[in-house]
Ligand binder design. Sequence first.
Ligand code: F6R
Length: 239
Amino acid sequence: MKILYAPDYESLSRKAAMLIGAQILQKPCSVLGLATGSTPIGAYRYLSQWHAAGDLDFSQARSINLDEYCGLPDSHPQSYHYFMRQHLFDHVNFAASDLPEGCAEDLQAECRRYEQIISAYGPIDLQLLGIGHNGHIGFNEPSDHFVAQTHLVRLKEQTIQANARFFDDPGQVPRQAITMGIAAILQAKKVLLLAGEGKEEILRQALTGPITPQVPASILQLHPDVTVVTTAKEMSCSR
Ligand code: F6R
């Protein structure tokens, strides 16, 4: 596992974008696993700028997002479809991009459909991840077991509260989401985990504590090619 220290958010964003950009330069037809949340926004801004400058071409690449809320239409400003268009897809030229459909009539069937997409185009070449305050990756919430496949998840109260900052009314935060499971994340050829301010303690637990579904990100200790970019100085070393 490589742990890269970034002194501030801009540096974290640039380093993350450089690693994603290098992936696209080295393998233009990469499958990128993408995340939402506040952490990757800066990296997406750099990728958009480098594409506009002619340095990065995503036309042979495709993306597969980690997750989507249930019940928010794609046009809702807090849906992850909207987020991805706003921060990345409207600015770069992916050949194709997939996210789970959180408004599908049959959510279980949608989980199966998404799993088929992952099987058809995977394994993911580079999976970008943030980490929740409770150690979730994607919306794989703390639990007594890991869930391998794409699944429907009831969001934990801590996650609902953390995400309430994006909604006018905290009561509007969806209680359910569809998330990629742990298997697709572990099968990704490379994982790039971003952890900014406020994530120091959970990052330490995830990377140095026991591997447990109570801290879903701890499973990354088993992955052979993880790069972490973090503003947590005490974590910066390679092992
Ligand atoms: C989002 C996702 C989540 C976030 C995590 C951190 O697609 O999968 O796991 O990465 O909740 O969110 P931020 O970056 O907002 O702290």
